[in-house]
Design a binder for this molecule. Structure first.
Ligand code: CMX
Length: 459
C-alpha cells in the first residue's frame, strides 16, 4: 500500500529530529505553569505535540498547514463536485501533503476494500433500546470491533516497537472505512426501519454516508464532504483528541482509544454542543413562533445567560475569532438554503449573540464555533438528531465519524515516533498551598484531619 510507503519514507527524518531535540536540548524550558492553569483545565499549557494540525487563535485551524478555505480549494474532488474527497483529506492528515486525485482515490479504494462491518457489530447496536443515545451506540459499536485489532494480534506475537505503527495504520484504515456505515446503521436503527444499507460502489466515502441514510441527493453529498473535512482534527488538546491520544499511549489499540475519545466528544461542552445549539435555536423559534426580531433574540440570549447556562455553539478555549469552520458552513448554507427559516435564525444569532457575550464580559471568545450552525444544515435535508424526545446525539455521531480521521492519523504518527505512555504528575492542594507559601509568604491553615498532611502533602 502506497500510503504506508509514504509514511515510512519520512520516518528516518522525523525520528532524527526528535532524537536530537531530546538528547541535545531535552532540558530547554518550553513553558511555565501557574496555579490558575493547574486548577483551570491546564489551559494554554504547551505540553502536547502534533504535526497534523494547529489552531491559531486568530486564523483558526490549519490541517498540515492549510486553512479551511485552502483545503476546500486544493484537495482533490470527485468529478463535477465542489467539495473534496475524504480519501484525499485522510492522505493529507497521514502523509502531510496534498495528494493527487489518483492518490485520494487510492485511499477511497482502500476504504472500499475494508468497509464491510462485521455482522456482530449490528447485533451489539440492536441489543440496546432504540432510545439509547446515538453516541453511546457509536462508541459501543467501535469498541465491539476490538477483536478485529491487527495491532493487538501482532503485539501479542512480539512486534518490534518501531513497527507498532504498521498494524496501527491497518486498524485505522479498517475503522475509518467502516465508520460511515456504522453511523448510518445507528441512524437507521434509531429513526428509520433499522435497515442495513450496503454502500454504493460508485460513491465516495462521504457521499455513501448520505446514501446509506436514505438521502440520494448530490447537494447533501456535498454537505457530507464539507462536514467531514472540517470536523476532522483540531490539534491535540481538545477532549476527544487528547483522550484518544492518552488511551492509545498505553498501547491500547485504536478501537479502545477511539471509543474512549468518542465518549469525551459526547459531552455538551464539546461535540454535543451541535445538538444543544440546534435545540436552543428551536426553543427560540418556538417561543417567538418563527424567526424573532433582533431585540427579542437579545432578550432570549440574556435569559439563557441569567439562568446560568451557556449559549451553545459560541465561545472557544483557543479561538478568538469566528471559527472558519462556522464560516465555511455559513457560506454553504447561503448558496443552498438562504431562505430556510432556521438558517435565517442561525444567521441572526451570529449577528446578535457575540454582542451579548461581549457585554456580559465572561467568555474570552464571543464568536461562533463549528457547532453553532452544523445542525441547521443537517436538518434542512431532514437529518434528525433525535426523535420523539429520545436522548438524541446523532449530530455528535456525525462529528465523531469525521473526528476519527484526525485522531487515528495522530495515533499512527504517535506510534511511529515512539510516543511514550502519558503520565503527568498530580499534586495535592496542600502541595499547591506550600508552593504558594514559599513564593509569596502567604499563610495557609493546616488541616489536621487531611490525609494530605500525613505525607502526601510533602513537596
Ligand atoms: N455562553 C455563556 N458563557 C460562556 C460561553 C458561552 N457560549 N463561553 C464561555 N462562557 C463562560 C464560561 O462558562 C466561563 O464562565 P465561568 O467563569 O463562570 O466558569 C467564562 O465564560 C470563561 O470561559 P472561557 O475561558 O471563555 O471558555 P473555556 O475555555 O472555559 O470554555 C467552551 C470553552 C467552548 C467550553 C465554552 O466557550 C462553552 O461552554 N461554550 C458553549 C459550548 C460550546 O459551544 N462548546 C463547543 C466547543 C467546540 C467543540 O469542542 O465542539
Amino acid at each position: 500500500m502506497n500510503l504506508r510507503k509514504h509514511i515510512e519514507d519520512q520516518l528516518p527524518g522525523w525520528r532524527a529530529r526528535l532524537k536530537r531535540l531530546i538528547t541535545q536540548y531535552g532540558r530547554v524550558k518550553v513553558a511555565e505553569i501557574n496555579v490558575a492553569q493547574i486548577l483551570g483545565g491546564i489551559r494554554d499549557v504547551k505540553a502536547l505535540v502534533t504535526d497534523i494540525s494547529c489552531v491559531d487563535p486568530y486564523q483558526g485551524i490549519r490541517l498540515r498547514g492549510y486553512t479551511i478555505p485552502e483545503l476546500l480549494q486544493l484537495l482533490p474532488k470527485p468529478p463535477g463536485a465542489e467539495m473534496p474527497l475524504l480519501g484525499g483529506l485522510y492522505f493529507l492528515l497521514l502523509v502531510g501533503r496534498i495528494p493527487t486525485f489518483e492518490e485520494a482515490m487510492e485511499v477511497e479504494g482502500e476504504w472500499k476494500k475494508r468497509q464491510e462491518v462485521p455482522a456482530y457489530v449490528y447485533d451489539v447496536v440492536r441489543a440496546l433500546p432504540r432510545d439509547t443515545s446515538a453516541m453511546a451506540l457509536f462508541s459501543l459499536a467501535v469498541l465491539a470491533m476490538e477483536r478485529e485489532s491487527k495491532f493487538t494480534r501482532e503485539y501479542g506475537r512480539g512486534l518490534k516497537k518501531e513497527d507498532y505503527w504498521i498494524p496501527t495504520l491497518e486498524d485505522s484504515l479498517d475503522l475509518t472505512a467502516r465508520a460511515p456505515a456504522i453511523a448510518a446503521f445507528i441512524y437507521n436503527y434509531k429513526f428509520r426501519e433499522g435497515q442495513v444499507v450496503p454502500p454504493k460502489p460508485e460513491l465516495d466515502w462521504a457521499a455513501n454516508f448520505g446514501y446509506m441514510i436514505g438521502i440520494e441527493n448530490e447537494e447533501y453529498y456535498e454537505l457530507a464532504r464539507l462536514y467531514f473535512v472540517i470536523h476532522s482534527d483540531h490539534e491535540s488538546g481538545n477532549v476527544s483528541a487528547h483522550t484518544t491520544y492518552l488511551v492509545s499511549s498505553a498501547l491500547s489499540d485504536v478501537y479502545y482509544a477511539v471509543s474512549a475519545g468518542l465518549n469525551g466528544l459526547a459531552g455538551p461542552l464539546h461535540g454535543r454542543a451541535n445538538q444543544e445549539a440546534m435545540e436552543w435555536l428551536l426553543e427560540v423559534y418556538e417561543k417567538y413562533q418563527g424567526v424573532p426580531t433582533k431585540e427579542q433574540l437579545t432578550e432570549y440570549a440574556w435569559e439563557t445567560l441569567n439562568a446560568g447556562k451557556v449559549i451553545p455553539g459560541y465561545g472557544h478555549a483557543i479561538l478568538r475569532i469566528t471559527d472558519p469552520r462556522f464560516t465555511a458552513q455559513l457560506e454553504f448554507g447561503e448558496k443552498v438554503m438562504a431562505n430556510y427559516d432556521l438558517f435565517r435564525l442561525a444567521k441572526l444569532v451570529y449577528e446578535t449573540v457575540p454582542e451579548v457575550l461581549k457585554q456580559q464580559g465572561k467568555a474570552k471568545d464571543p464568536w461562533p464555533n463549528v457547532d453553532a450552525i452544523s445542525g441547521v444544515l443537517q436538518r434542512y435535508y431532514g437529518v434528525m438528531d433525535s426523535k420523539d424526545g429520545d436522548s438524541g446525539g446523532f449530530y455528535t455521531v456525525l462529528f465523531g465519524v469525521s473526528r476519527i480521521l484526525g485522531v487515528t492519523a495522530n495515533t499512527v504518527w504517535a506510534r511511529a515516533l515512539g510516543a511514550p505512555i502519558e503520565r503527568p504528575k498530580s499534586v495535592t492542594t496542600r502541595m499547591l498551598e506550600k508552593i504558594v507559601a514559599e513564593q509569596t509568604g502567604a499563610e495557609f491553615p493546616l488541616d489536621e484531619a487531611s490525609v494530605y498532611d500525613r505525607g502526601c502533602g510533602e513537596l
